[in-house]
Write a protein that binds this ligand. Structure first.
Ligand SMILES: [Zn+2]
Length: 339
């Protein structure tokens, strides 16, 4: 019996020592100490042992169990430690490697100009109205006094979805949507994207405008000039002068182009103002009687002014952007300059 015990101890310790994984050790634990394991089997042989020897043999079997248990636990702890060491080595972080920097962009100059304008117009009491970019022909053109076959449609050729549904060519349909849903006094700005079949260094098929509309009793061209002068000074600086030139838009009468004195040369003439001393910045005018009528507003009681500002153009002037396509190139070097 004593021999059996020492043999079992020897083979058990050998197996434990040569085991290389925790799974193998767990199997060994079952095979040695489990219900039908070898050590338990020894106890079953106790009936053949002399009764006087039994307590001693019993103690030896118990010692055997403790030794095997201890050997198993030590080996498991050893393997766990080795695994951890291996993992730490394989997951080592080289702190001398340069970090991956996240590239941070900046707000587009168009957004900067838009925010600046919205801020300025809000200060004058304008509310924001945003209309849909997919618009009805009726609202984009007809109610604005541009019937089908009107020559002004040539300048605003766009993308048609059906014969009567199109991508809006300007933010002016916002005027119609506000006037047909609200009674004067009206004072709104409509910022947004617009679309035309244009594509060159100064024209893009997609661009941005801010439309302004004021309708009330006794609104005159002086109100238009005063408000816009205020806004343009905020954008281009206090020193600029403004002038109104006669122009033509179907939806305003009279219509004007508003120029600012060149903020580069102070009006002396330079490359930016093409030697004229003046820079054209936006189109405006008094809302055409017909447009007011089309929108259900009595033109004998109310008058109004409207204007449209091209954001790309303002940003090009303000930030000296030579080509409109740079806005849409997603070049981080371009955008970073506006941080
Ligand atoms: Zn100039």
């Amino acid at each position: 019996m004593k021999e059996k015990i020492s043999n079992l101890l020897e083979t058990a310790i050998n197996s434990i020592n040569s085991a290389e994984s925790i799974d193998v050790l767990n199997d060994l634990r079952v095979a040695l100490l489990g219900k039908s394991g070898s050590v338990t089997g020894l106890l079953k042989g106790m009936k053949d042992v002399e009764p006087s020897e039994r307590p001693k043999v019993g103690q030896m079997v118990n010692e055997l169990r403790v030794k095997i248990e201890t050997a198993l636990n030590e080996k498991i702890a050893f393997i766990k430690e080795k695994d951890l060491e291996k993992r730490l080595l394989s997951e080592k972080i080289d702190i001398t490697l340069p970090a991956k920097r996240k590239k941070v962009g900046a707000l587009s100059p168009i957004t900067l100009v838009k925010n600046e304008l919205i801020d300025a117009f809000s200060g004058l009491g304008f509310e924001i109205f945003e209309g849909p970019e997919i618009e009805l022909d009726e609202i984009n053109f007809q109610k604005l006094n541009i019937p089908k076959d009107h020559p002004a449609r040539d300048m605003q050729d766009t993308f048609y979805i059906t014969e009567n549904i199109l991508l809006r060519t300007h933010t002016s349909p916002g005027q119609v949507r506000v006037m047909t849903s609200k009674n004067p006094p009206i004072k709104v700005m409509c910022p947004g994207r617009v679309y035309r079949s244009d594509d060159d260094a100064t024209h893009s098929p997609i661009f941005h405008q801010i439309e302004g509309l004021v309708v009330d009793k006794n609104i005159s061209l002086c109100d238009l000039k005063g408000s816009l002068e205020e806004i343009l000074k905020r954008i281009f600086g206090d020193k600029i002068k403004t002038r109104l030139r006669p122009s033509y838009f179907p939806f305003t009468e009279p219509s004007v182009e508003i120029d600012v004195s060149c903020f580069e040369c102070g009006g002396k003439g330079c490359k930016l103002c093409k030697g004229t001393g003046w820079i054209e910045v936006l189109g405006a005018g008094m809302v055409n009687r017909k447009v007011l009528e089309n929108c259900g507003i009595d033109p004998d009681v109310y008058t109004g002014y409207a204007f449209g500002i091209g954001l790309e153009r303002i940003a090009m002037l303000k930030y000296h952007v030579p080509d409109i396509r740079m806005y849409f190139d997603s070049d981080i070097r371009f955008i970073k300059q506006f941080k």
